[in-house]
Design a protein around this ligand. Structure first.
Ligand code: M6R
Length: 609
């Protein structure tokens, strides 16, 4: 995925573009570039690497113009380099193009354009768009864009500027590449995501698939690819501007971890009544529909998949329904068996992960109803779903998910409890106990953050490790997976999350004094078992770092280090337990000097297969 921005208006155009790109850098940071129209010419600058490299160039050689576009790249076609950075130009240098997504038929288009005499400067799929526009442009940029869109296939958000149109930008969207327009007073902003324009306006138009937008300083006109006018309502965004700032924290990831108590609270508001009962009437899935279900099929990617796995345990145990869980990237090729009595649940923070969206298409084709668990109103996933459970996590800028994982788990717990109540599979005592645990959750997550100071020296000691193992059982197994993923992502230390009972079937061979083992050993029905697994690891000289409840002598005696977290209902406990694992990964990565918010090779949202 990449980030794109555009601006037409009286401010310093490049300043606005760079400000937007800074807030979109989480979407890709292999290279960055801008282009502006000035005096009938297109002027641009682009640099491989982080935005700072481009900013340095622009300080030395400033650019000014009346309208401009900007891009921050996560490389797909063509390695990260100055020439592969966007914007891309046509042969005459009069049309500039930025792009998020993939032009699938780029190879055939490139071959035919080369035959016609076009010269390509880059290895990217995007550049074909600039040359196609050059061929089709006869003085009307919008008409040329429409003709170009007929020739290209794939998923994209495209932005175009032309030397002949000093106060106009043209954008188009196809597939799951988000695009929003920010409406100001005599100025208009364009971006891939809300944080890029939150500083300037909260009045936004969400561009949908199959739409072309003509942007001027007076606003934006939306039409379909065929030219039919589209009337779009303005969406007022209520996200706090500060939520897209670091607010004194060293990294976004650290700040976002500290936002977890608030995110949990916000995700529960209006859904958990004071008497502990759940109100999910917002779902729009009737109780009779929920009672008629024969099966639930959940899919997601990455951290969202682990939140989905946590949900699987809860739904199966509380609502007594068969639950299938699959990685979205596998689901799409596994010929899943679904019907109208299946509820498919897609979990995705961004709501734009390509694999998840394709799995959604297949699930719907199979006749299943779709529940989306997502953080982004207006995302492709939210718009496709029959029912939506939003996370209320606000923008997450750190590439490694933290607060959105917590919010996903809370949503899954709420849904499992709601489903169980509706289906009559849960007794009131259990429901009350879980309701109380959710009420306590914001404060317990907050208390769990208090281990921070204890985590720092431990992180320093184990930072030289080259492999770590994370063990959990039952509902804590997904937390072990999430802890290991976080460590891999941001510290580049190899880590495996394992179901503790599986350790003896293979991974125990890895263990010796050089391999720290993190064990989720809080109270619950499988605690004795996990304590035995902890002893097995200790007997192989591994250093044991346990997450345990206070005064739990058994856990404390057997571990080298214990991070204590408040005790709650064992089914809700994982949402508290993940907190020290996040802190541990963070401090190890920070100690190693890693780029915590923008780890190498990653992008926040993966909009390609
Ligand atoms: O936006 P999504 O929740 O669909 O994203 C899914 C994964 O790409 C994401 O969770 C990824 O694994 C993160 N880097 C985890 O930190």
């Amino acid at each position: 995925m990449c980030g794109i921005v555009g601006y037409v208006g009286p401010r310093d155009v490049v300043g606005v573009l760079l400000d937007g790109l800074r807030r979109l850098e989480y979407r890709g940071y292999d290279s960055a570039g801008v282009a502006v129209v000035n005096g009938g010419r297109v002027l641009g600058s682009k640099r491989v690497g982080k935005l700072a490299n481009l900013e340095e160039v622009l300080v030395k050689t400033p650019l000014h113009g009346s309208a401009g576009i900007g891009h921050t790249r996560w490389a797909t076609h063509g390695r990260p380099s100055d020439t592969n950075a966007h914007p891309h130009l046509d042969c005459k240098g009069r049309i500039a193009v930025i792009h998020n997504g993939i032009i699938e038929n780029h190879a055939a288009l490139r071959a035919s354009l080369v035959k016609k005499g076009h010269t390509f400067a880059s290895e990217t799929d995007t550049e074909v768009v600039a040359h196609l526009l050059e061929d089709l442009y006869t003085g009307d940029l919008v008409a040329a864009v429409r003709e170009t869109l007929k020739a290209v296939s794939g998923a994209y958000a495209l932005g175009v500027l032309c030397a002949d149109a000093p106060d106009q930008l043209v954008f188009a969207r196809n597939g799951a590449s988000p695009l929003i327009i920010g409406l100001g007073d005599g100025e208009t902003f364009v971006a891939s995501d809300i944080p890029a324009i939150l500083n300037y306006t909260r009045r936004e138009l969400i561009v949908q698939e199959g739409e072309v937008v003509v942007v001027t300083r007076d606003g934006a006109t939306i039409s379909t690819f065929n030219g039919a006018h589209v009337q779009r309502e303005i969406t007022n965004i209520n996200w706090d501007v500060r939520s897209a700032e670091k607010g004194g924290f060293k990294h976004f990831m650290l700040k976002e971890m500290y936002e977890q108590p608030k995110v949990v609270k916000d995700t529960l508001v209006g859904r958990l009544r004071t008497d502990g009962s759940i109100d999910l009437s917002e779902l729009g899935l009737s109780e009779s529909r929920l009672r008629s279900l024969h099966k639930i099929s959940i899919f997601a990617c990455g951290s969202a998949f682990y939140a989905a796995a946590y949900g699987m345990y809860l739904i199966r145990q509380l609502a007594k329904l068969p639950v299938e869980l699959e990685l979205a990237s596998e689901f799409r090729y596994s010929e899943p068996v679904l019907d109208k009595n299946t509820l498919a649940i897609a979990v995705s923070q961004s709501g734009e992960t390509a694999d998840t969206l394709e799995a959604v298409r297949i699930a719907k084709e199979g006749g299943a109803s779709l529940l989306a668990v997502t953080n982004v109103v207006g995302s492709a996933l939210a718009r496709t779903a029959d029912a939506t459970l939003f996370m209320q996590a606000g923008p997450e800028i750190g590439v490694a998910a933290t607060k959105t994982f917590t919010a996903q788990c809370v949503d899954m717990a709420l849904f499992a409890m709601h489903l169980a109540r509706v289906r009559g599979t849960i007794d009131s005592g259990t429901l009350d106990g879980l309701g109380q645990a959710l009420r306590d959750l914001p404060s317990f997550v907050d208390q769990a953050l208090n281990v921070n100071d204890e985590v720092v020296p431990v992180a320093r000691r184990i930072a030289p490790a080259s492999t770590m193992l994370y063990l959990g059982r039952h509902v804590n197994f997904p937390i072990a997976l999430e802890g290991a993923l976080k460590l891999k992502e941001i510290s580049y230390i190899h880590a495996e999350g394992y179901a503790a009972g599986e350790m003896k079937h293979g991974p125990i061979a890895l263990l010796d004094a050089s391999v720290p083992v993190v064990v989720l050993a809080t109270k619950g029905p499988v605690q004795e078992k996990i304590l035995s697994n902890m002893a097995e690891a200790k007997a192989r000289d591994s250093r044991i770092i346990a997450v345990a409840n206070p005064h739990d002598d058994m856990a404390i005696e057997n571990a080298d280090v214990v991070f204590t977290v408040p005790e709650t209902h064992h089914l809700i406990q994982p949402i508290v337990n993940v907190v020290p694992l996040y802190l541990l990964a963070y401090h190890i990565a920070d100690h190693k000097g890693c780029d915590v918010d923008q780890p190498r090779n990653l992008a926040k949202t993966v909009t390609v297969e």
